[in-house]
Structure formats: structure tokens, C-alpha cells
Design a protein around this ligand. Structure first.
Ligand SMILES: [Zn+2]
Length: 196
């Protein structure tokens, strides 16, 4: 039995979402076929709005404006510590722990010469240029891996001596990902960071 093209097109679209297989996509689309017109419209509008999303010109976090709410929060900026993360999802994981009161810097990955990801691709200059007198410390909340370790060493070498650089580590398994850790483990990892 052939399904109408309208359904097949939606199934293809859902199938492009990471982790969604063909069966799940079909199940979701079939259930959405029962939605009314305004429900479908608001769903597709919400997705389309993503095309207008900006990244914060300071830290790289997503924002509707030019700067994100954390970079605009004087309490956070005056804390004097920047937490460097690989991805926005890691940033959210640390925010969930409610134990970090400074600002963030999203690298968007780690150095990986084999994949052609160098300092320019990660915009490490943007991070280094953020380091003014108001910044006393950096926490490298980069996931532990060979590439992550190399990235941390690279950043450490680029920073002025006066800036204290710590790396989180305790409680996070090698090859582990911040995304899947509970808030308590992340809190512990922040407390037990070590000087680099
Ligand atoms: Zn920001």
C-alpha cells in the first residue's frame, strides 16, 4: 500500500532528526495527521523560527538577540570566571547543576587535526580576546578525551600567566559526555577541578 506523498514527505523530514528512525518518524507523523490546522501551523512555525536564531557574539550560546541572557547579566559577568565548554548542550548541563555563577564560552568542538578542526575552526582567538582584566579564571569543562586534553593544553598556553586555569575532571569517566551526567556528578566535577 502506498502512502500519500504528503505523509512520505513529513516522514522524510522527521527521519532527518538525529536518533529518529523510519518507524518512529512514521508513527509520529501518523499521530500528527490527527492534529488540527492551527496545531500543525504552530508546530511548523516553531521549527521555522529556528532559522532566525542567533548565536551570542560573546560566548556562542543561542540567543534571540545579539547577546545571550547570561552575557547580559552583570552578576554573571562580574564573577570573573569563564567556563569553556564544547557544546551548547554541555553548557545547559552545567547550568542545570546551578553551581556555576560565571559566564560561558562555547567552542563548538575540540581540536582534531585529522578532521581538519584547528584553532581557527573553533574560534579560539575569540575566547583569548575575551580575556581582559575582569577575567581572573577559566574553567575548562571540556570532556575528557585525547582531543579534549590537547585542546585544554592549547588554550592554557595561549592565556596570560595571571589567569588561573582549572580543568574539571573528578567524577567524569574517560570518553564520558557531560550531556548524560546528573547534576550532582557535575557539581562534584566543578568542585574538584584541578589547576592546569
Ligand atoms: Zn553569551
Amino acid at each position: 500500500m502506498e502512502l500519500p506523498e504528503k505523509i512520505n514527505n513529513s516522514v522524510d523530514a522527521f527521519g532527518r532528526i538525529q536518533g529518529v528512525g523510519a518507524k518512529t518518524a512514521l508513527r509520529q507523523v501518523l499521530s500528527m495527521c490527527k492534529w488540527n490546522k492551527s496545531e500543525l501551523e504552530s508546530f511548523s512555525d516553531a521549527i521555522f523560527e529556528l532559522s532566525k536564531l542567533n548565536t551570542c557574539e560573546i560566548c556562542g550560546f543561542y540567543t534571540d538577540e545579539k547577546k545571550c541572557s547570561i552575557c547580559l547579566d552583570e552578576k554573571r559577568t562580574s564573577f570573573g570566571t569563564i567556563c569553556v565548554v564544547e557544546s551548547i548542550i554541555d553548557c545547559l548541563a552545567i547550568e542545570r547543576s546551578r553551581n556555576f555563577h560565571g559566564t560561558f564560552h562555547v567552542l563548538g568542538g575540540v581540536l582534531n587535526p585529522l578532521m581538519g578542526i584547528g584553532p581557527d575552526e573553533l574560534g579560539i582567538d575569540v575566547l583569548i580576546n575575551r580575556i581582559d582584566d575582569s577575567v581572573q579564571g577559566l574553567i575548562l569543562a571540556v570532556n575528557p578525551s585525547v582531543e579534549g586534553d590537547a585542546t585544554c593544553s592549547f588554550i592554557r598556553d595561549k592565556l596570560p600567566e595571571r589567569v588561573q586555569v582549572d580543568r574539571i575532571g573528578f567524577g567524569i569517566p574517560m570518553g564520558g559526555s557531560l550531556e548524560y551526567l546528573d547534576a550532582q556528578t557535575i557539581t562534584k566535577a566543578l568542585e574538584n577541578r584541578k589547576k592546569m
